[in-house]
Design a binder for this molecule. Structure first.
Ligand code: ADQ
Length: 468
């Protein structure tokens, strides 16, 4: 089998036997281990000159480099996280556009392609991840790199009306067409991309998912990312610590802990969630003293202004809720800004009677799947899930909510807190079907099989139909 080269914005080497880092990193690591290859990208450091360094563990080489302060500001903090991230999450109001940041983004993609080129062999297959690297294949093609290159978008792909708010959208999405295969989390995202290609660019779409635009033939398909349910079940069941914090299920009593785990990001809907919890305590006073809400949300991108604002807002809101409802022996809301080890999170999930996952937009949201996979099958908790998470397309057994509807969310929480065991079990079992069938391994294998499979450049012309 040809080597795999994974390109992602951040690369954190995983050493043999130390793969507890969680979901995605482990999935990519396994793919690299089975075919051997390179994991290439930014090492997370800001340096005076970007110098490539590599370390090899077994058959995987981690080739990483730092970014200069200017590149970090323009490429990462600027165009990736202050323009693309908000727009892809439908938040035009939070996005800003600066031409020099876009140029910096293009330059970093060019520089990364140049740095990777000498490491490549002719039959290597390249798998590029996420919105930081949209122009990467185009830069490779300009350098004469002819390898298969696939791209997977981890975040939502918005409707064209939103997307076209990015001033250089035409130029940017032209570069996306240089990939051989473009993968999305859900059919909604793929459809939005198809709408963009057909309406904005007058591209062609085939019944088999092949597309032609800007003179390139490529495929666009859906690969919902999953988790490793057996590993999660095992980790969650064997976790013994902190039972006294939220271990009521272990004692046979109905569990009354609601848990949420997110990166601290405005797309995750934390403000709306806090409001809904307050509404629950206000409208359903019988739950006071019987319920506690644990929100774990480590800060991310803390040097981007909108992230500082959301953090401040949540601190005020958490103080308000506890100030208003707490009693000497009862704290309604535990708001923790620290990151937690994976085995602790899985243990907390298993012992919480509600997993509250209510993003305003999310590509998939692995926490929703992890929460379900961690449950005790004999006494499972209830997943309360936003309709705007990609995971809602698969997890029909969740209580689906609209995060903008505070009263509706409070009612769903009340219903979940009262849900009888037989209904909880039915819902759990129905959710475990897609979690098992579309797990992390099938996400990875399906994508790589398609990328390694027959080349779209050979798709016959008659298979292409015109879409007006
Ligand atoms: P994220 O926005 O980071 O990822 P998510 O899918 O929820 O969101 O989480 C990814 C992983 O990080 C999960 O394994 C989760 O357990 C872990 N994690 C989240 N919060 C954590 C915390 N507070 N402490 C420790 N670990 C935490 C992006 C997209 C998502 C998409 C993923 C994968 O935004 O929509 O599901 O990529 O494709």
């Amino acid at each position: 089998m040809s080597r795999l080269v994974v390109v992602s914005n951040r690369v954190a080497p995983i050493k043999e036997g130390k793969v507890a880092a969680g979901g995605l990193a482990v999935g990519v690591y396994d793919a690299l281990r089975s075919s051997g290859g390179i994991w290439f990208g930014w090492n997370g450091e800001v340096t005076a000159t970007p110098t490539l360094s590599s370390e090899t563990h077994g058959n995987i080489t981690y080739a990483t480099l730092g970014l200069t302060r200017r590149d970090y500001d323009n490429y990462y903090r600027g165009f990736s996280n202050a323009t693309l991230w908000p727009i892809f999450h439908y938040r035009i109001d939070l996005s800003r556009y600066r031409r020099e940041e876009y140029e910096g983004y293009r330059q970093v993609n060019h520089m990364l392609a140049e740095q990777l080129q000498p490491l490549l062999r002719p039959d290597d297959v390249i798998w590029v991840h996420d919105y930081h690297l949209i122009p990467f294949a185009d830069e490779c093609r300009r350098l004469g790199i002819r390898n298969r290159i696939g791209f997977f978008l981890h975040i939502p792909f918005p409707a064209p009306e939103i997307l076209t708010a990015i001033p250089p959208h035409n130029e940017l999405f032209k570069t996306l067409c240089s990939y051989d295969l473009v993968g999305f989390q859900t059919e909604v995202d793929r459809q939005a991309f198809e709408d963009y290609i057909t309406r904005e660019v007058r591209g062609l779409v085939g019944a088999d998912g092949s597309m032609t635009a800007y003179g390139h033939n490529f495929r666009a398909k859906v690969y919902p990312i999953g988790v490793m349910p057996d590993e999660i079940q095992q980790t969650a069941a064997s976790y013994k610590g902190r039972r006294n914090l939220i271990g009521r299920k272990a004692s046979g009593e109905p569990c009354q802990t609601i848990i949420s785990v997110d990166r601290l990001d405005y797309s995750k809907g934390l403000v709306e969630r806090f409001n809904a919890y307050e509404e629950l305590l206000n409208r359903f006073p019988e739950h006071r003293r019987n319920v506690q809400f644990v929100q774990i949300a480590p800060t991310s991108r803390s040097d981007v202004k909108t992230y500082q604002n959301i953090r401040q807002q949540l601190e005020t809101q958490a103080g308000h809720i506890n100030g208003r409802y707490a009693e000497l022996d009862w704290m309604p809301l535990h708001y923790l800004n620290r990151s937690h080890e994976r085995r602790i999170l899985m243990g907390l999930f298993r012992n919480a009677c509600i997993g509250l996952v209510t993003p305003l937009r999310d590509g998939m949201n692995l926490v929703a799947k992890e929460y379900v996979a961690a449950q005790n099958p004999d006494n499972p908790g209830v997943l309360v899930l936003s309709r705007f998470a990609g995971a809602a397309r698969e997890l029909n057994g969740a209580l689906i909510v609209n995060p903008y509807d505070t009263a509706g969310m409070a009612e769903a929480l009340d219903r979940a807190l009262r849900m009888p065991l037989n209904e909880r079990k039915e819902r759990y079992e129905s959710m475990m079907l897609p979690i098992r069938s579309a797990d992390l391994a099938s996400w990875r294998d399906n994508f790589l099989q398609d990328l390694r499979g027959p080349n779209t450049r050979t798709v016959r012309a008659e298979k292409i139909i015109r879409v007006v």
